[in-house]
Design a binder for this molecule. Structure first.
Ligand code: FAD
Length: 280
């Protein structure tokens, strides 16, 4: 199906993009890789009257190291992240996560900023972003603000982004190699039925979960069960994994029932944690 008609703008700078968003409000949508927005427009689930294509704002694609953190431009593609020597060396969790998104075509076009803004409950990055305790840099007409990953996702496909704001950059800490992302994917698309990202550091074990609930979340009860443990036993890991979906209302749809998703999350959490600890 074709999308409804829309006006197309291609701003050259972030300021121009913000000005267009401010002018058109709810009628406008940013376009990055287009791998979520265009299908939604073709299905008429989204009908923006104005499309603001930011794909050619070159500065938004940079990946660089700044003061012990890796700063990733919102337009960095999944392929750029999976193949970046810097990301593989300093934040391997993101490279590992990017590498299992969709297929080659999706990874060549889709961007990290678009994925986070879209906030699909089955998207892969949110689990990693939460486990990494990342910062998301947002710009709007009132200036810049930094949003912590834990505050970014609000509900199913909802974030704290205003209609006139755009993500410019995602900052993640340079981490040791004690990280892992494991998911069980929906076979046709690759989206996560349940995906679990683990970061095991000196300050504790952080666990991000996607695919299970309306929004990605930190598995607080499972993290609590592992508190103070640097090398948890198999039994402790199993007990912690049993709590990976405590406090959330699991999704149920044609792809997986709620109880199956929880079971997959438990298995993936155990496997991800064991893998991360082995790497440590
Ligand atoms: P777009 O489609 O261009 O935009 C998506 C939304 O984000 C729009 O609302 C847009 O306005 C907004 N937006 C874009 N950039 C910004 C920004 N910088 N600031 C604020 N808002 C912004 N994803 C997974 O995680 N795992 C998968 O396995 C997976 N499989 C897929 C399989 C297929 C066949 C397809 C088509 C998609 C799949 N995806 C998967 C989704 C893919 O990763 C998308 O690329 C991603 O969700 C959106 O990124 P995008 O750059 O394409 O964003």
């Amino acid at each position: 199906m074709y999308s409804a008609n829309f006006d197309y703008h291609r701003p050259a700078t972030i300021d121009e993009a913000i000005a267009l968003l401010s002018k058109h409000g709810d009628d406008a949508k940013l376009l990055a890789g287009g791998h979520s927005l265009i299908p939604a427009m073709k299905l008429r689930l989204a009908r923006p009257r104005v499309v603001v294509d930011i794909a050619r704002i070159a500065s938004l694609g940079d990946i660089r190291e700044v003061g012990g953190r890796i700063a990733i431009g919102a337009l960095a593609t999944h392929h750029a992240l999976e193949s970046s020597a810097l990301v593989k060396a300093k934040c391997p969790l993101l490279a590992e996560t990017a590498a299992v998104i969709g297929d080659v075509q999706v990874r060549n076009k889709g961007t990290i900023g678009g994925s986070l803004a879209h906030a699909d409950p089955a998207a892969d990055y949110p689990a990693a972003i939460l486990a990494l305790d990342a910062e998301i840099e947002v710009v709007g007409p009132k200036g810049r603000r930094t949003v912590h990953a834990g505050d970014f996702f609000v509900d199913l496909m909802q974030t704290v982004l205003g209609v006139d704001e755009l993500i410019t950059e995602i900052r993640v800490p340079a981490t040791a190699r004690a990280v892992a992302y494991m998911k069980t994917e929906q076979k046709a698309s690759g989206f996560a039925l349940a995906g679990v990202a683990v970061v095991a550091g000196a300050d504790g074990i952080r666990i991000g979960v996607t695919g299970v609930a309306p929004k990605a979340y930190r598995a607080a009860a499972a993290e609590q069960a592992l508190a103070g443990q640097t090398s948890p036993s198999v039994e402790t890991i199993a007990l912690a994994a049993a709590r990976v979906a405590d406090g959330v209302e699991p999704l149920s749809d044609i792809h997986a029932s709620a109880s199956f998703r929880v079971q997959l999350a438990q298995v993936n959490m155990r496997r991800a944690l064991e893998k991360a600890l082995t790497r440590a």
